[in-house]
Design a binder for this molecule. Structure first.
Ligand code: BDP
Length: 705
């Protein structure tokens, strides 16, 4: 007996500890399907046919094998038609419906044998098809009689990494950069393959490797070699590498006296630089440029325009098939105009003047990635230019990594907004996918939330934001709720007792953040610079439009920014019907009320509440929602592995605490102007306004270099 116990003890000691789930596998967990469904799937996916010997097809086959092995059991290798249940992967389909990257998945039966055939015109479509096929099993859909076609609606589906060369990440909350420039190119972290797999699984096909606040060093020979090593690693997964280009690089690394885009020496520098890059990275995507914005150099430094700058770079990369993505996030030091108007004012007059390989990348709203913004007025306003979308995936203004905020509804809200550019139905989605004005070079970019943390995104639920971004870039008209359900199933569990409440919780989480941070159209009320926590009192400093008081305009008379014709008249930048609605108190959505209007504290909301009462209640509703998320998550413990459950639970507690802090501090501040009592039942802030104002957070993450 003792011997047996001893043997058992030894066995236990030497048995490898089961690896806890830490989120590293993302939505590609490939955990075994439960019986009896497992056997049915296994029968359909019993074998994989050999594939042509190309890197992408080999990656597709390897992924299929890996996925099936985990989900239903290791598939055999068998020729097409040799037995039942073979999966065939084939490129070169000459199928017009599929374009360059689409795929078709069909179940075919011949001679009593059933096969699943994943075809595409190009290899990459096959890889995308494999991921889709696996996701069908992961989400427990039938794979018995498949006949589906899918092709991306947007051409360039990109991540923008705001990663610095020293591995810090501007606005990053998930550890260090996954691009270890110091060790590259001699050592390429194998993690980059998993990064590429994850991106390919949601159709992302481009990555800008370095911060838009760029260093010219990234364009020097050693760094080009490093970028080339990354490009080689991600290429089989259909991902092209891009670099942010610092406009003054000709001076900093080219030995020139100027970066004037019309100077022949400068033009020659960029041409030579492009040639040099394409020698090492033949499929280099192109440059992303932040110019004349927040102190970055640009063509205006030389009396030139955005067109001069963008076209000069476009001419350098154009012969190689590259593109220039030129950001419209500009607001100048000289212009005292409403910051919300400046992007439109600067870019709209240039419509039609940019080269065909230039894309103007526009943030979803006119200020800066706020919890809620009306869509940017440039969407629909530049029909003769390529206009791309820039969303933020990292949650700079939405509670960093610890707040559970699913961004799908934010993205969807913007994409579904109607610009009315060509009458009703001219949605932002149709601008972005090119339908509205027949544009071919289309872009959707997301500022990445990826870092070296084991869970990649800083929290388990922030993975959903990476996921939904990719899915919406593939199809900007898809439903963020459906995508949340897919993600929840693949990432956690298919049990409806998990999926239904988890998706419900996710879907309301962004509105909750809006409520506890910036309800009713308030914006930019975060702490100075780091944007952590409430800072409605932020004032002074180098420029007014970096302060909270500039945006909220709280005073004894009321609250909000008047952007109607009586104010900054930003509403005039929208199509007339849209602008008129925003300017009209009877028409404007109260969710953006204080974005467009300055209103007295006793203004009556649709609910019948005064503005002050409604404001307080909105903050409290946000806090209450977070309470609810804590309860929901606690009840989901039976369906989630312990490690991930505990991490989410901890973060929800932080969020609960911080939501209360947001509410209390904001009410304390705005109450000092409204001088009105709290609505019945509302608790006064826990601390004094001075207390909240006195707090400082010098070590808040995401500050960058
Ligand atoms: C702001 C960020 C800043 C970025 C800037 C940008 O605070 O770090 O550099 O956007 O998009 O939201 O260029």
């Amino acid at each position: 007996m003792r011997l047996i116990a001893l043997a058992l003890g030894l066995l236990l000691m030497t048995a490898p500890a089961a690896r806890a789930e830490d989120g590293y596998d993302l939505w590609l967990r490939y955990k075994p399907v439960e019986a009896p469904a497992r056997a049915a799937y296994a029968a359909r996916a019993a074998a994989i046919a050999p594939v042509a010997d190309t890197p992408t097809l080999k990656a597709a086959r390897a992924e299929l094998e890996r996925g099936l092995t985990g989900l239903v059991g290791k598939p055999a290798s068998a020729a097409a038609g040799s037995r039942d249940g073979v999966i065939v992967l084939k490129a070169g389909a000459a199928d017009a419906a599929l374009g360059d990257e689409g795929f078709r998945i069909r179940t075919l039966t011949a001679n009593g044998k059933t096969a699943t055939v994943i075809t595409a015109n190009r290899d990459i479509g096959v890889l995308y098809g494999v991921f889709r096929y696996l996701s069908l099993i992961q989400t427990r859909q039938s794979v018995d009689k498949l006949d589906l076609v899918s092709a991306p609606k947007v051409k360039l589906r990109m991540l923008n990494h705001w990663d610095n060369l020293n591995r810090t990440i501007e606005r990053g909350y998930a550890g260090q950069s996954i691009f270890d420039w110091w060790k590259l190119p001699d050592h390429v972290d194998p993690r980059l393959v998993d990064y590429a797999r994850a991106n390919a699984s949601i159709g992302i096909n481009g990555a800008v490797l370095n911060n838009v606040n760029a260093k010219a060093d990234s364009l020097t020979a050693p760094y080009i070699a490093k970028a080339a090593a990354v490009a080689d690693t991600v290429r089989p997964y259909g991902i092209k590498v891009y670099l942010s280009a610092r406009f003054s690089a000709p001076i900093e690394i080219g030995g020139l006296k100027t970066a004037d885009p019309l100077d022949p020496g400068v033009r020659a520098f960029w041409k030579a630089k492009a040639d040099e890059i394409y020698k090492s990275i033949p499929d280099f995507g192109g440059f992303l440029v932040k110019a004349n914005s927040e102190g970055q150099p640009g063509p205006q430094d030389y009396g030139r325009t955005h067109v001069d700058g963008a076209n000069m770079l476009a001419d350098a990369v154009g012969p190689h098939g590259g593109v220039v993505i030129w950001r419209a996030f500009v607001y100048s030091h000289e212009q005292p105009d409403d910051r919300a108007k400046q992007g439109y004012s600067e870019f709209k007059p240039f419509d039609g003047q940019f080269r065909d390989n230039v894309v103007i990348q526009v943030k979803n709203g006119a200020i800066d990635f706020q919890p809620r913004e009306p869509f940017h007025p440039l969407f629909g306003a530049m029909p003769k230019s390529n206009l791309g979308m820039e969303f933020q995936i990292t949650k700079e203004y939405l509670g960093f990594a610890t707040h559970l905020v699913y961004l799908g509804p934010l993205y969807e809200e913007t994409l579904k907004s109607d610009t009315m550019a060509h009458g009703k139905g001219s949605t932002v989605a149709k601008v972005i996918d090119g339908q509205l004005d027949g544009r071919k070079l289309t872009v959707m970019a997301g500022v990445a939330n990826i870092g070296s943390d084991r869970n990649w995104s800083g929290s388990q639920f922030d993975q959903a934001n990476w996921y939904v971004f990719g899915r919406l870039a593939w199809d900007p008209e898809a439903s963020s709720r459906d995508i949340a359900a897919d993600w929840a199933r693949m990432t956690f569990s298919n049990d409806p007792r998990f999926v239904t409440p988890a998706v419900e919780m996710m879907m309301g989480s962004r509105e909750a953040a809006v409520n506890y941070m910036t309800p009713l159209g308030l914006h930019h009320q975060m702490g100075r610079s780091h944007h952590y926590g409430p800072g409605p009192w932020v004032s002074g400093g180098p420029r007014a439009d970096w302060t909270s008081v500039y945006y909220a305009k709280a005073g004894p008379d009321g609250l909000g920014f008047d952007r109607t014709p009586t104010g900054s008249n930003a509403t005039a930048q929208y199509a007339p019907a849209v602008g008129a609605c925003f300017a009209d108190l009877k028409c404007v959505d109260e969710k953006t009320l204080l974005w467009f209007h300055h209103l007295p504290w006793d203004y009556r909301l649709k609910s019948g509440d005064t503005l002050w009462d409604g404001l307080v209640k909105s903050y409290s509703a946000g806090v209450a929602y977070v309470d609810g998320m804590n309860r929901t998550w606690a009840s989901l413990a039976p369906y989630v592995d312990a490690q991930r459950h505990a991490e989410v639970a901890d973060f929800l507690k932080i969020q609960r605490h911080e939501a209360q802090w947001w509410r209390d501090a904001s009410i304390a501040w705005f109450g000092s102007f409204s001088k009105r009592p709290l609505p019945p039942g509302e608790k006064p802030p826990a601390r004094s306004l001075e207390d909240y104002e006195a707090e400082s957070f010098p070590y808040a993450p995401g500050g960058g270099e």
